[in-house]
Write a protein that binds this ligand. Structure first.
Ligand code: FAD
Length: 281
């Protein structure tokens, strides 16, 4: 992507006006780390949204509200009860990239290796989009297709709301890389709700080894109502292996990707169970 000019609007409405006037000749700029992944070399005007007061994390009712321009390094350092977003952020690229790359940039134009959509699908996060007024989308709706389409007409993502994990909720994530800071070969995230030793509800999502991040309904269905034990996790993970178009990445065969995904799903489920049990005992 080639930038010819920068605008630095002073408010959210002004940023939206700039973007609407520019149309296809303008683009939102947050951390700017994705520019070299974008193939289009038509010069555009960048509308910098990093000084609009959208960098923060704060508890808000049953959620943690994360401003869209909050850098990943800030999310990685944040700690609070019933919060687990730091886990995946510390595994994204290098610290230098995490210092400037924002949560909004990661989920507004989703690249195949993006890790945060996987976690937000598992956690059932909510995305807040400004179009003159704010509208909330749940993760299933927001990530149903490439979110970049939502932002063609001057709309701006302003925040992400991550549900605070309740008691008996366990979170687990696994990101497999060949070398530190490499793109993911497979990313899995899950949230389990336990009732005693049984699984009452489950959200399991995957990314990187499939064309676009998505939930894994066949895995979720195989978990609900069952005991949270390894044999059940193994059986559920096999469902994902059969059902999805896993594809080889980073030099791996498709068959290897599929196997890696199954093993990673089991690991994520084991982690989520330990997480929930440690919190309830
Ligand atoms: C070498 C390298 C390795 C990486 N590895 C990984 C990895 O393993 N896993 C991973 O998840 N990420 C990884 N990333 C980060 C990821 O690929 C993106 O570069 C990053 O998430 C973009 O964030 P940004 O703030 O820099 O966004 P920008 O580059 O500024 O913007 C990205 C896109 O989102 C749009 N946008 C940004 N903010 C908003 C908003 N608030 N509202 C509407 N549209 C908006 C922009 O217009 C642009 O189209 C890596 C990046 C690099 C450079």
């Amino acid at each position: 992507m080639k930038l010819r000019e920068f605008l630095r609007p002073a408010s959210l409405p002004a940023a939206r006006d700039n973007l609407r006037e520019l149309g296809r000749k303008g683009m939102i700029l947050a951390g700017g780390t994705a520019l070299h992944f974008m193939q289009d070399h038509t010069p555009v005007t960048a509308v910098d949204i990093t000084r609009l007061g959208l960098s923060y994390i704060r508890p808000e009712g049953d959620f943690y509200r994360i401003g869209a321009t909050t850098p990943l390094a800030v999310i990685q350092r944040y700690r609070a009860p019933r919060w687990a977003m730091h886990e995946i952020c510390r595994r994204i690229s290098t610290h230098q990239i995490r210092n400037i790359s924002t949560i909004g940039g990661n989920i507004c134009r989703v690249f195949p290796w993006a890790d945060l959509p996987v976690v937000l699908l598992a956690m059932n996060g909510r995305m807040v989009v400004y179009s003159g007024q704010e509208t909330e989308y749940d993760a299933d709706e927001y990530f149903a297709s490439q979110p970049a389409k939502r932002f063609l007409d001057g709309n701006i993502l302003t925040a992400v709301k991550v549900p605070a994990l309740k008691a008996h909720h366990g979170f687990g994530s696994v990101k497999v890389v060949r070398t530190t800071a490499a793109f993911s070969m497979v990313t899995i995230a899950c949230v389990l709700e336990l009732e005693g030793s049984n699984i009452k509800a489950a959200r399991v999502a995957a990314g990187s080894a499939i064309p676009f991040p998505r939930r894994l309904p066949s895995v979720e269905e195989a978990l609900i109502g069952k005991e949270a034990v390894t044999a059940v996790f193994e059986e559920a993970a096999r469902n994902a292996g059969k059902a999805l178009p896993w594809r080889g990445r980073e030099g791996m065969s498709t068959e290897y990707s599929r196997h890696l995904a199954e093993v990673s799903i089991q690991d994520a489920l084991e982690r989520a169970t330990s997480f929930a049990q440690e919190r309830t005992e």
